[in-house]
Design a binder for this molecule. Structure first.
Ligand code: 5GP
Length: 180
C-alpha cells in the first residue's frame, strides 16, 4: 500500500475537489468576460488528475492538449526548459490556459509562458493546483492557485517521487525514511 509511505496528509480528496469546483467557476467567468475560449494545455505528467477534475466543470467547448517539458539549469542560473513532447494543436493567435501541478522555483512556468508567446499566443494564463511561494527564484505568479503549501516535498494527486505516488487521491508528505 503506497499510502502507508505517507507521514501526513496536507489536502484531502474532498478539499481538492471542492477547490477545483471553485477554480473552474472563477476561470470560466473570467474567460466569459474576456470573450475568449482558451486552449487548455496540461503539463505532463503531474497535471493529469487536476486537469481532469477541472475541465469536467467547464461548460464551454474545451480544446485540450498536453506537453511535456523538463526544466534544467542552463549555463547561467536562470534555468531553461526543454520540450520533451510537443502539443498537437497550434496556439497561434489563441489564448492559452496552462495547467500545472505546482509552482516551485517558477522556472518552468516562466519559460513555458515565454515559449507560448513566442509561438504567437495572444494570452497565457496559468492555473496551478499548488503554490510554494517560499521557494520562488523567478518573479512569476500563477493566475489561479488551488492551495498554498509550505516548503515541504509533497506527493499525490499527480505529483511524484521517483515516478511513484501520482495516483494517490490526496496531497501528502512522505515519511523521511522513504527518500533518505
Ligand atoms: P519549478 O520550475 O517551479 O521549480 O518546478 C516545477 C516542477 O517541479 C513541478 O512541476 C514538479 O514537477 C516539481 N516539483 C516542485 N516541487 C515539488 C514537490 O513538492 N513535490 C513534487 N512531487 N514535485 C515538485
Amino acid at each position: 500500500m503506497i499510502s502507508s509511505d505517507i507521514e501526513k496528509v496536507l489536502l484531502t480528496e474532498e478539499q481538492i475537489e471542492q477547490r477545483c469546483i471553485e477554480l473552474a467557476q472563477q476561470i470560466e467567468r473570467d474567460y466569459e468576460e474576456e470573450g475568449t475560449v482558451p486552449i487548455i494545455v496540461g503539463l505532463l505528467k503531474g497535471s493529469i488528475p487536476f486537469m481532469a477534475e477541472l475541465i469536467k466543470r467547464f461548460t464551454f467547448p474545451c480544446e485540450i492538449d498536453f506537453m511535456s517539458v523538463s526544466s534544467y539549469d542552463g549555463t547561467e542560473s536562470i534555468g531553461d526548459v526543454r520540450i520533451e513532447k510537443d502539443m498537437d494543436l497550434s496556439t497561434k493567435s489563441r489564448s492559452v490556459l496552462v495547467v500545472e501541478d505546482i509552482v516551485d522555483t517558477g522556472r518552468t512556468l516562466a519559460e513555458v509562458k515565454k515559449m507560448f508567446f513566442n509561438k504567437g499566443a495572444t494570452d497565457v494564463k496559468i492555473v496551478s493546483l499548488l503554490d510554494k511561494p517560499d521557494r520562488r527564484v523567478v518573479d512569476i505568479e500563477a493566475d489561479y492557485i488551488g492551495f498554498t503549501v509550505p516548503n515541504e516535498f509533497v506527493v499525490g494527486y499527480g505529483l511524484d517521487f521517483n515516478q511513484k505516488y501520482r495516483n494517490l487521491p490526496f496531497i501528502g508528505v512522505l515519511k523521511p525514511e522513504i527518500y533518505e
